[in-house]
Ligand binder design. Structure first.
Ligand code: FES
Length: 78
């Protein structure tokens, strides 16, 4: 999983989402099973903030959506 930390995505919400995801992974004991890293600008800032899970780009991510996205994509990892 990668989170765009380019300046547009970062300032439009990923600054908080990155913290949220780190805490979520820790809380759910997934931090040793999921590789989570920052990415440079993905080139489609206007659709951001962007997140990549399993090579799929998820656009328009917000803090409110983050839990739902993680639950959906990480549900088969235990
Ligand atoms: S800053 Fe995220 S796509 Fe450009």
């Amino acid at each position: 999983m990668e989170i765009c930390l380019g300046s547009s995505c970062f300032s439009r919400g990923n600054r908080d989402v990155v913290q949220y995801i780190k805490e979520y992974l820790k809380k759910n004991h997934l931090d040793d099973k999921v590789v989570f890293k920052g990415a440079r600008c993905l080139g489609h800032c206007s659709n951001g903030p962007n997140l990549i899970i399993n090579s799929k780009v998820i656009e328009g991510v917000s803090l409110d959506m983050a839990e739902k996205i993680l639950a959906e994509y990480l549900s088969d990892i235990k």
